[in-house]
Design a protein around this ligand. Structure first.
Ligand code: BGC
Ligand code: NOJ
Length: 814
């Protein structure tokens, strides 16, 4: 069952029914000001940091989970009937409801008693504000007197404190209202130099800023007392809960359309210019007023929208493909790329599954996100890499997360996840392959953000690699530390205290528990680093990295091998995980996926054997599960993984992040059909028809789909903010379609399904447009390439040295 449809031409998903199985959201903003918006206008906004600079309020554990948002009410001032064109919060019986989620904008609208209304929400590029353009049309044969009310609830900035510290917060709220603009200035009188504002393009008939005055003490948002009365009360909030609400009166002739622009924004003043006059307590509005005036002008709002559209056109234009499969085209050309931008911006901080108060930017996560993002905004990727590296510890280890506002490592979470440092090598390598910007390696970068500790980025990569070399276990495999990619494999944790966090509690300084997954990652990172070193002419170093990788590969093939597949780990007692000898958790996806992706066991048949075992034991129709058999009880010595009921999350759920490792492994074996089959099983668009089962948005990946051991097998959770976005993008684009960045140029090595006659693609790479067409003449993966009509050797198309800006590449597969 579907709840809408893809409009690929406009790059939109159009939801046609407001009561989707879960709120289906979109993100507004792509630089510093961000918002989440659901298909019924629920959601909140923040500036840079979802916790520390929350602009509008979100109520945790709300029902439904998107409740509270950017709500508009329309009221027929004659009949006194009122409704919300976005369905929530009034939930009237609307006609023609649609929500169009597009690239950086959402339009929600409907008709009700002859009044058609829709609102376009977006954040203009380069601004710290959001625009709501409400368009109202009178479709009646008679005149209509309509009041339009806009409403938002301000958050008192620190979202965690806002949700808990009521004894203080009920006393601090402050606003100003000037020329109809509502300014939220809680704590501006003391240490903050920022405030929020909410403005309307039409003169206010009235306004409200105190929540109780607007709602009435016992009403909900579905029936605000002031809307019922048809008149806001001009309340000025002091303490309690500041809100912003405007009332605009519209007298509409039959057929007449009017537009109102509402602008909600964030603004900072220099610390010494906070007040005007300086000795007063009144906000200095000199620099904000022109911004507000500009965007309240509908023409300027339209122009800003057009710029946003062009921005996405050019960003997405960097890679476009035309294959025989619509789901591939749609995800690669539009939604998967778009989701990669969201994960880059948000990391794992703010969605309806990530609370925006818990997780900052993950070291591991943000590095991996680069794989799907770097081509879209290399300059921002560069900045991110340098920020991440600056939080690295002198040991080469890493804080697991950093806070976006301070860009400092997060002490509460700490470090000790022994895979973390290697992801920096993978991220930097992806950046170099995309851009050829070798200067990044010489950029001076601090350790642990300590001034004076600056070393070239390259030094950070060396320490990342050496981190593992000095942390090897009894078999010579990497020690796992707190955990590896699988945050829930806590082999040094031993927690028996209810509610204790597996992620942060003190762990044993274990010297026994080893990770075969990190071994695979180390081998890959070592080879990437060797390629970087040889490019810099550091031959001895390159040789060392290759030798260490080769050694680790050998150890992996010996002590990391279980006979038919790769082991997952050794625990603190030296017992195997992911072995045929285990009662539960006999085989895991991560080590088998990553080792084969890294090329381990390609020659001696072990990779093929491992992936055959994955296919036989882990693959399901809804994707590949993490392990089997699922853990049926809690294992104290293995940690959080066994805390989940079977089939969920790391305990045998389909973790969509790691499925692409198997897809890539399959391409390395030349198995295009199998790789694409796995790709399609979790492709959200390909699952659109089962939206009633899948439940999450059909246009973006979810982190997890419940595995076969769960009663809700096939149901997705944790959509949007997941490494799944980058990895699936990377797997389909670089390994299945085989259009792969390399240090030397653009590599073309498709491993596509045998029944595809070919495909075409356009890729802008290092300033050159590559027009690529691949034609299948045989059923294999051998490719013969011509570039601008001349055959070339091998499959790397170098960047033209003669200044050509467009190159035509033809590939024949045989
Ligand atoms: C989840 C992991 C997640 C970790 C992060 C765990 O509870 O299962 O998927 O990475 O928390 O804190
Ligand atoms: C989600 C986390 O963000 C990611 O870092 C981790 O690798 C996976 N969960 C698996 O535990």
């Amino acid at each position: 069952m579907k709840f809408g449809y893809f409009d690929d031409l406009h790059r939109e998903y159009v939801i046609t029914q407001p009561d989707t199985p879960l709120p289906w959201i979109n993100y507004l903003g792509c630089e510093a000001y961000f918002g989440i918006i659901s298909n019924t206008a629920g959601g909140y906004s923040f500036y840079r940091d979802a916790r520390l600079r929350r602009i509008t309020r979100y109520r945790y554990n709300n029902v439904p989970m998107d409740f509270g948002g950017r709500y508009i009410y329309l009221r027929d001032d004659e009949s006194k009937d009122f409704w919300s064109p976005s369905w929530q919060p009034t939930r009237n019986d609307l006609k023609d409801y649609t929500c169009r989620h597009g690239m950086g904008y959402t339009v929600i609208g409907s008709s009700y008693s002859g009044i058609e209304a829709h609102t376009r929400y977006f954040v203009p590029l380069g601004e710290n504000l959001e625009i709501w353009q409400l368009t109202v049309t009178n479709k009646r044969a008679t005149k209509a007197s309509i009041s339009a009310f806009s409403s938002i609830e301000f958050c008192l900035w620190d979202a965690q404190d806002d949700a808990t510290n009521f004894q203080r917060n009920f006393n601090t709220g402050q606003v100003e209202v000037e020329d109809g603009v509502i300014y939220h200035k809680t704590e501006y009188r003391e240490r903050r130099n920022h405030f929020a504002y909410f403005a309307s393009s039409e003169p206010d008939a009235s306004f409200d800023t105190q929540r109780d005055a607007f709602l009435g003490p016992y009403n909900g948002w579905d029936k605000p007392a002031a809307v019922v009365a048809g008149q806001l009360t001009n309340s000025i909030a002091h303490g309690w809960s500041p809100i912003g609400a405007h009332q605009v009166k519209l007298d509409l002739e039959p057929g007449e359309t009017r537009q109102i622009v509402f602008v909600l924004g964030y603004h900072e003043n220099p610390v010494d210019q906070k007040f005007d006059p300086p000795e007063s307590q009144t906000i200095n509005k000199k620099t904000v007023k022109p911004v507000i005036a500009k965007y309240l002008d509908p023409k300027q709002a339209d122009a800003a929208f057009e710029k946003l559209r062009q921005y996405w056109e050019s960003v997405l234009g960097i890679f476009q493909v035309n294959t025989p499969d619509i789901h591939t085209n749609r995800m690669v050309n539009i939604w998967n790329a778009y989701q990669c931008m969201a994960t880059f911006n948000m990391s794992r901080s703010a969605s309806f599954y990530e609370s925006g108060i818990g997780r900052g930017l993950g070291f591991r996560d943000s590095n991996q996100d680069l794989l799907g993002f770097v081509h879209m905004a290399p300059a921002r990727a560069r900045e991110r890499i340098l920020d991440l590296a600056a939080t690295q510890l002198p040991t080469g280890g890493a804080y697991h997360q950093y806070q976006p506002l301070t860009k400092r490592g997060n002490n509460d979470i700490g470090g000790g996840f022994n895979d973390d440092p290697h992801w920096l090598i993978i991220g930097v390598s992806a950046y170099l392959k995309e851009t050829g910007d070798w200067s990044i390696l010489d950029a001076p970068v601090q350790y642990d953000n300590q001034p004076g500790s600056e070393q070239p980025l390259y030094d950070h990569l060396q320490r990342s690699f050496n981190y593992t070399l000095s942390r090897l276990g009894p078999h010579g495999l990497p020690l796992i530390g707190r955990a590896d990619w699988n945050d829930c494999l806590n082999l040094n944790c031993f927690s028996d205290t209810p509610g204790q966090s597996f992620q942060t509690t003190t762990n044993k300084e274990g010297k026994v528990a080893e990770s075969v997954f990190i071994a695979g990652l180390f081998v890959l990172a070592g080879r990437e680093l060797a390629a970087i070193a040889s490019h810099r002419n550091l031959k001895d170093e390159a040789a060392k990295y290759l030798a260490e990788s080769a050694k680790m590969e050998k150890v992996t093939l010996k002590d990391g091998w279980d006979g038919e597949w790769f082991l997952r780990a050794y625990d603190d007692f030296g017992a195997k995980l992911g072995s045929k000898d285990c009662k539960e958790g006999k085989i895991f996806i991560e080590s088998n996926g990553f080792c084969t992706l890294a090329g381990i066991g390609l020659e001696d048949g072990k990779a093929a054997s491992a992936l055959a075992a994955v296919n036989q034991r882990l693959a399901t129709k809804h994707g590949i599960v993490v392990q089997q058999p699922a853990y049926s009880r809690y294992y104290y010595e293995w940690g959080e993984i066994s805390s989940y009921p079977p089939g969920y999350k790391e305990n045998a759920g389909v973790f969509c992040h790691v499925n692409p490792w198997v897809m890539i492994g399959e391409t390395r074996l030349g198995h295009g059909d199998q790789a694409f089959d796995y790709y399609s099983r979790i492709n959200p668009s390909a699952r659109e028809e089962i939206s009633d089962l899948h439940r999450c948005e059909p246009y973006v990946y979810a982190q997890m789909i419940a595995g076969k051991d769960a009663p809700s097998f096939g149901e997705a959770k944790n959509s949007w903010l997941t490494g799944t976005a980058a990895w699936n993008y990377y797997a389909i684009v670089q390994w299945i379609l085989g259009i792969r960045t390399s240090l030397e140029g653009l590599e073309i090595a498709p491993v596509i399904p045998t029944n595809w006659p070919g495909f075409t693609a356009t890729r802008t790479f290092r300033g050159v447009v590559y027009k690529i067409s691949i034609e299948r003449k045989g059923s294999g993966n051998q490719i013969a390439l011509t570039v601008d009509g001349s055959p070339i050797k091998g499959n790397i198309v170098p960047v033209p040295s003669d200044g050509r800006k467009t190159v035509t590449v033809k590939g024949i597969l045989s």
